[in-house]
Design a protein around this ligand. Structure first.
Ligand code: G6P
Length: 366
């Protein structure tokens, strides 16, 4: 199938804009109107699972790190996450009653495939979350869940990431129900929040022009820090990764609470700090981390909802406003400003957005 840019300047812009549609697609494939989560056979009963080992590379790895918060907090199921290249050579023991879960857009990443083969005969079940149903990783899994993102051309992954998160969130809710860790009311509440997501993402995309203005300022930076807490911590990594990949600006992510254990030494008026902080249960703690940055003349870009911005937005360098969203699905929504910030910064710098130097869409060699 031939894919064009559909009127956008870059494939990446098109793929960012497609997210409300493809997320709705992905939800529609796995969730019935009445709220039943339906997975293909063989059925896996998570009541019989004591641990999930998740393995991936790049952006897919960051989707795994996010899903760990969901599986552990909502389903009370312990999760180990590792990058494929470390996992395979460490030769970790795989305890009984484990599921090994591999996440890969292409389904062909060499290290991820090798990690899958390492788990064969050791884990009870091999599962994968992939975008290409005919891929090697899908074929070699007991159960492969397609993310229905459609073809992704931009080397920097965008819509595949949010579709991976969507499928993993549904899987965590199924695990929670299987294990009797969630009331039907709480489960339906999470599903209602998930179903609102395409509309919220469309609202977030409306901020694109405003984010482009922020990005113009960011494009002069040499180093940028990203901070987040809880499920927004892996997303801080995704924001930093996207920025590095396509704008070539050095970016690093830290858990907000780790700021004082090192990165605060870097803060001065030349280092912008992107803070991803919806007004969630840990908001006040993140705000106090942010104030430590501002006290050292750091330039804060605060991404939050209206209430969060009015409570903590004073004195920051710039703000990006997101619609209100539940704590659990916040990382899926906040992926949009993370992607747009990187995209517009790269455009401002004039780099090759869809084909960044030295990077490949699919890494099929070690
Ligand atoms: C490459 C791509 C990334 C991607 C990673 C994993 O590094 O540039 O965008 O996240 O591979 O790819 P996969 O196909 O396994 O998700």
């Amino acid at each position: 199938t031939r894919v064009d840019k559909g009127g956008h300047k870059h494939f990446m812009a098109k793929e960012i804009a497609e997210q409300p549609t493809v997320i709705a697609e992905a939800i529609g494939h796995y969730l019935s109107k009445s709220g039943e989560i339906r997975l293909p056979d063989p059925q896996i009963d998570f009541a019989n699972v004591d641990r999930i080992t998740m393995v991936a590379c790049g952006t897919a790895f960051l989707a795994c790190l996010t899903a760990k918060y969901w599986f552990e907090q909502i389903a009370r199921l312990p999760v180990e996450v590792d990058v494929a290249s470390e996992f395979r050579y460490r030769e970790p023991p795989i305890p009984a009653r484990s599921v090994a879960l591999f996440v890969s857009q292409s389904g062909e990443t060499a290290d991820t495939l090798a990690a899958l083969r390492y788990c064969e005969g050791k884990a009870d079940k091999i599962m994968s979350v992939i975008n290409v149903p005919e891929s090697s990783i899908a074929r070699e899994s007991d159960l492969a869940l397609p993310i229905h993102a459609g073809v992704e051309i931009g080397v920097a992954s965008t819509k595949a990431f949010t579709c991976q998160l969507t499928v993993l969130f549904l899987l965590a809710l199924k695990a929670a129900a299987d294990r009797g860790e969630i009331t039907e009311e709480a489960r339906q509440d999470h599903l209602a929040q998930l179903r609102r997501l395409p509309a919220l993402m469309a609202e977030a995309l409306d901020q694109s022009d405003a984010i482009a203005m922020t990005a113009r300022k960011l494009s002069n930076a040499r180093d940028v820090l990203f901070l987040g807490r809880g499920p927004l911590y892996p997303l801080a990594h995704e924001g930093a990764l996207k920025l590095k990949e396509i704008s070539y600006i050095h970016a690093e992510a830290y858990a907000s609470g780790e700021l004082k254990h090192g990165p605060i030494a870097l803060i001065d008026e030349n280092v912008p700090v992107v803070v991803m902080a919806p007004r969630d249960a840990l908001f006040d703690k993140t705000v106090s981390n942010m104030q430590e940055v501002m006290a050292r003349k750091g330039k804060v870009i605060l991404i939050s909802d209206r209430e969060g911005l009015s409570e903590a937005g004073e004195g920051v360098w710039d703000t990006i406003e997101m619609p209100d969203v539940s704590d659990a699905v916040a990382p899926i929504l906040y992926a949009i400003p993370a992607q747009l910030l990187a995209y517009h910064t790269a455009v401002a710098k004039g780099t090759d957005v869809d084909q960044p130097r030295n990077l490949a869409k699919s890494v099929t060699v070690e």
